[in-house]
Design a protein around this ligand. Sequence first.
Ligand code: A3P
Length: 320
Amino acid sequence: SGLRDDKITEETKSLISSLPSHTESQGHKICKYQGCWYYYNALQGVLNFQRGFQPRDTDIILASYPKSGTTWLKALTVALLERSKNHSSDDQHPLLSDNPHEIVPFLEINLYVESSSPVLAKFSSVPRLFSTHMPLHAMQETLKDSPCKIVYVCRNVKDTLVSWWFFRCAIHKIEPDRSILESMFKSFCNGTIYYGPFWDHLLSYWRGSLEDPKHVLFMRYEELKAEPRDQIKRLADFLGCPFTKEEEENGLVQKILDLCSLRNLSGLEVNKTGKRNNLDHKYYFRKGEVGDWKNHLTPEIENKLDMIIKEKLKGSGLKF
Ligand code: A3P
């Protein structure tokens, strides 16, 4: 479930006892390590990653704050990289038989949660494609001097909050309850939330992309929605696999966008009925709209979130 504590080593338990900790409204414990709040087993994954991950020059890491478009970014990147593999027929495409999170697992939540030297046999092809919800600063020491590429996708805080509320209720199999939304809103505001504070997460990648634009790409869910063609070309250029003129003439850009659309992915059997670690793939797909928060947030919540984000991002050059 991603919430169990049974993989925690004694060493980590002792570290946790020295860290700031907090109990979330549903009773899950989180602790703050290097400025970011983690569930205990995610922290174990972070520590294992920091200890054991050996980057390769060609690695690609897809990063996001939860509920910001991770699934979409994974699908798009997989589709871009698959182009070079010349499938003889469409049904060999991995996105048709696997959920994007199966194809691109999380470093700290999946691969490194149990060990600092996991067998990465599945990652034999080049480039290796990983994902993470860690802020950039949690990876910087480990990736130091590596030319690997990091793509970050972010989303406006109000839609992120609403998306997370629905997701959390769905995975716990409870009705979307306003009291849960209210308590998540409070956690968002004071930063004590899984992978929070939200603004520090944003800023770590924003600054990273300004300092090192060749290796860190900063993308936005809203821009992907508004100008998908331009954005996927931007992604392809950044990853070093730009569309050729011929591919463009053959309509490949649109083909990839169609393949990765919410409607298409959510309609696939694997995503309708598949699951992993008791988490149904279908919960990763909901509405996929910009501004759905308007249907759920009160003006008070809206104003408070706007105010906080404005304040926290002040002077960074990042507009939200
Ligand atoms: P909503 O809850 O607003 O619908 P993440 O992938 O980071 O968990 O984010 C989940 C959000 O992305 C959900 O937003 C989900 O509907 C949306 N999403 C998932 N797949 C998508 C796709 N292929 N295209 C656009 N949005 C997608």
